[in-house]
Design a protein around this ligand. Structure first.
Ligand SMILES: Nc1nc2c(c(=O)[nH]1)N[C@H]1C(S)=C(S)[C@@H](COP(=O)(O)O)O[C@H]1N2
Ligand SMILES: [Mo]
Length: 381
């Protein structure tokens, strides 16, 4: 079972996160058709213990096994009565209705391989593994929406979950269910799924059983777990997870002025990491890693060693899915002994470049979420 990461724990440093970790069976990812098999792994000097999250240095499998996918819950895991569970679709629709799980499973089945990333991932060294690449199976949300006949004035679909808590809103207490919304246009995208399987297994409880929303290309906060009700509105939904928490405050310098913008966490940013360094038999050091986007094609990933120039890596296109991460590697021949720094950056087809930590896009970001700055790593040869 994946360990639960509470929001408070996420906001603490790595040591607290490590303390939350549960013992796990050893990972069986080594071996197979790995070009660097038998190569010695060179540990990064900056590596952090993040036991309940993805271990980058062990990254081998393009698909992340279920027991290695991080899990987040803000209100604690939901208790769902599976015998009585139904999904309701209500609000501004001509024909509101509800479906049992069996009814949803009898509908068109679709698989989407998509990378799930928490929008807090990468925000600090102790929180770097809140990501996984999974094949999700479910039924497209779009056809349910169409069946119910949304009214012309509906603009927003709100996804309510079973987990709940009393929230203080403007100084008063209100019982609230976890919820997030999408603009109706985003909700209608053909690849948005109501998923009941994760890598071919029934959706585990920690990941939202019996049904969760899968929003390929968006950060995890939009992927509502333990889904119970979808409601269409004619106005913007502004709960904690849309408008108070999961908000990014970012400045942009324009004509000598800084313009500040406050936005709700949305699509995934262009991003990459150097996951591993391995020594091959001839002394070459092979760096490998992953890069991902919001679904915009990846143009290139570049690597910089010490004060060298940015050099393109080899992208591994054997496994490819629009919303899935891309693995890459780079051979560093004849590395000099000593301590070195290595960093990667991804660039997408729209020309968006993963920013350096001191880039204005990151320097002028005042909040925690949506942190796609480059991740420099140190190693000793
Ligand atoms: N019902 C519900 N859904 C939720 C959350 C939650 O707390 N409750 N957390 C969200 C966040 S912040 C993330 S990153 C993803 C994580 O999905 P996972 O737990 O399957 O990794 O779930 C999202 N869906
Ligand atoms: Mo998250």
């Amino acid at each position: 079972m994946p360990t639960r990461i509470t929001r408070r724990a996420m906001l603490r440093h790595g040591a607290a996160l490590a303390a939350l970790a549960l013992a796990r069976p050893p990972l069986a990812l080594f071996g197979g058709a790995d070009p660097a098999a038998g190569a010695a792994l060179i540990p990064f000097l900056d590596a952090q213990p993040a036991s309940h999250m993805l271990k980058w240095e062990r990254l081998r499998s393009w698909i992340t096994p279920n027991d290695q996918v991080f899990a987040v819950s803000h209100y604690g895991p939901a208790k769902v009565d599976l015998d009585r569970w139904q999904l309701e679709l209500t609000g501004l629709v001509r024909r509101p209705r509800a479906w049992t799980l069996a009814e949803l499973k009898a509908r068109r089945r679709k698989h989407v391989t998509a990378t799930l990333e928490c929008s807090g991932n990468g925000s600090n060294p102790g929180f770097m593994g809140a990501i996984g690449n999974v094949t999700w199976t479910g039924t497209p949300l779009a056809s349910l929406l169409a069946e119910c006949g949304p009214l012309e004035r509906a603009i927003e679909a709100v996804f309510f979950a079973a987990d709940d808590k009393v929230e203080k809103i403007r100084e008063r207490d209100y019982p609230q269910h976890f919820a997030r919304s999408l603009a109706l246009g985003d909700a209608r995208r053909e690849d948005v799924l109501l998923a009941y399987e994760m890598n071919g297994e029934p959706l585990p409880a920690a990941h939202g059983a019996p049904l969760r929303l899968v929003v390929p290309g968006w950060f995890g906060i939009a992927w509502v777990k333990w889904l119970t009700r979808i409601e269409l509105l004619d106005r913007r939904f502004m709960n904690r997870f849309m408008a108070r928490d999961y908000v990014t405050i970012r400045g942009e310098e324009r004509d000598g002025q800084t313009i500040w913008r406050e936005t709700s966490v949305g699509p995934i940013d262009v991003k990459s990491v150097v996951a591993r360094a391995a020594r091959l038999e001839d002394g070459t050091v092979r760096f490998s890693g992953a890069a991902w986007t919001d679904g915009t094609p990846l143009q290139t990933v570049e690597l910089k060693i010490d004060d060298g120039s940015w050099t393109p890596v080899r992208l591994d296109r054997r496994n490819h899915a629009r919303y899935a991460w891309t693995f890459w590697d780079f051979d560093w021949r004849r590395p000099a002994p000593g301590e070195h720094a290595v960093v990667s950056r991804a660039i997408d087809a729209d020309g968006r470049v993963q920013p350096a930590p001191d880039d204005p896009a990151i320097r002028l970001k005042r909040t925690y979420w949506e942190a796609n700055q480059q991740w420099p790593r140190k190693l000793r040869i």
